[in-house]
Design a protein around this ligand. Structure first.
Ligand SMILES: CC(C)(COP(=O)([O-])OP(=O)([O-])OC[C@H]1O[C@@H](n2cnc3c(N)ncnc32)[C@H](O)[C@@H]1OP(=O)([O-])[O-])[C@@H](O)C(=O)NCCC(=O)NCCSC(=O)C[C@@](C)(O)CC(=O)[O-]
Length: 359
């Protein structure tokens, strides 16, 4: 065999070994991963921020209490953002002060800047006037958010992506100094409502920057809800080059009806944290035309009989009841397919029992 042929065979062998090794590593890492899915319930924040009617603090606290009682282990309860930008989040300070205590449920709030974080910290650090023994409100985490396009970042937070990352660095540092975990969001990972298709390379760059500033997890937001399993996979593969899958979460809006398919694509990629909103509530006020998040009850229902379970064991029926209640309270239709089917089934049963009682 000529030496150049031997060299090229050796190179091919090395490449094929490297590919096999990479495949084995990926399989081993997936196999060692739990198949339990963490659901981040964003209904009280992402869900309510876009509602037209005013929502009382009582209703918000009641919603959070019901969600935690149903077994949801992680609830985003509001945002310390400017009320001029997002009026529905104006009562977040009151919500935080009245949070129901559920020891197994983590609560988080969004803080877009140091002003928002300072408002949160002043609540956490001010002793309760009633009793010095009362522990501070149970907030263990903040979420910071930016985007993969300048146009969306400008519309949502009045600055470019780069400026937002600079702004968020001090928020992340200060939050960690105050023993709060930090979660990051990247919006418009599939399409931007102002500038069109998003470059997955930009998503990768921004997600990496968030991890570098200390985010334990980065949630990838298909804000507009245009993603398909194909585009979602391509974006995840790009981001996965710089951010380990254990640090990624999926956040899918359901505008084109592909959110559940995208959830399963993300799970098959190795992601184990999915954001969802009860009743399919939600939408970003700066994402015109986008509908709500994937419904929590739809995600839990779809996971039945699959290889995955739900961390905390929340039942889809309980979540559908809450989705029905909050939708009625807000005088809107639930967009959860499961919630609607469940309500229709209950209505049929009620009618049947009514007819039986008449006989
Ligand atoms: C970031 C800012 C504040 C910049 O807004 P700005 O106007 O550039 O801020 P500013 O520093 O110039 O301040 C302007 C005024 O706002 C006040 N202000 C300043 N900061 C705060 C604060 N934290 N809390 C309360 N007030 C605040 C500040 O005090 C001042 O008051 P004034 O002197 O005019 O009376 C603004 O753009 C903002 O609040 N944006 C929030 C937008 C938002 O909440 N969007 C929805 C959440 S993100 C989302 O939904 C997407 C996600 C996460 O779900 C994932 C996905 O689906 O993609």
């Amino acid at each position: 065999m000529s030496s150049s042929l031997a060299r090229s065979r050796a190179t091919a062998l090395t490449r094929s070994c490297a590919r096999t090794q990479a495949r084995q590593l990926a399989t081993a890492s997936l196999a060692s991963q739990s198949n339990l899915v963490n659901i981040v319930e964003v209904g009280p924040r992402d869900g309510l921020q876009n509602e037209k009617s005013t929502i009382s603090v009582d209703t918000k606290v009641d919603l959070i209490d019901r969600l935690a009682s149903a077994g949801l282990r992680y609830v985003e309860v509001g945002s310390f953002v400017s009320p001029k930008w997002v009026p529905q989040m104006a009562g977040t300070a009151d919500v935080v002060c009245r949070l129901p205590r559920h020891p197994n449920t983590h609560y988080a709030v969004l803080t877009p800047n140091t002003r928002g974080l300072a408002d949160l910290l002043s609540i956490l650090h001010t002793p309760s006037p009633d009793s010095h023994d009362t522990p501070p409100p149970p907030i263990s985490e903040v979420a910071i958010f930016t985007a993969a396009s300048d146009a969306f970042s400008q519309a949502n937070t009045n600055c470019t992506v780069l400026e937002s990352l600079q702004r968020l660095e001090s928020v992340a540092r200060e939050a960690q100094d105050n023993k709060l975990r930090v979660r990051g969001y990247v919006s418009v990972v599939d399409t931007c409502p102002y500038s069109g298709r998003t470059d997955p390379g930009k998503v990768r760059e921004v997600a990496k920057a968030l991890v570098e500033m200390g985010c334990y997890e980065v949630s990838l937001g298909d804000t507009v809800g245009t993603g398909t399993p194909g585009t979602t996979r391509a974006m995840l593969e790009e981001v996965g080059k710089d951010v380990p899958v254990e640090k990624l979460a999926g956040h899918f809006h359901d505008t084109y009806g592909t959110a559940i398919a995208n959830v399963f694509e993300a799970l098959s990629f190795g992601i184990r944290t999915i954001d969802a909103a009860v009743g399919g509530l939600g939408g970003c006020p700066y994402s015109p035309g986008a509908t709500g998040n994937v419904a929590t009850e739809d995600v839990i229902y779809a996971l039945q009989g699959s290889a995955y379970g739900v961390q905390g064991g929340a039942k889809w029926q309980d979540v559908a009841e809450i989705g029905g209640w909050i939708s009625d309270t807000l005088s809107r239709q639930s967009t959860s397919r499961v919630g609607r089917a469940y309500a229709a089934r209950k209505e049929r049963q009620r009618r049947k029992e009514g007819e039986k009682a008449k006989l």
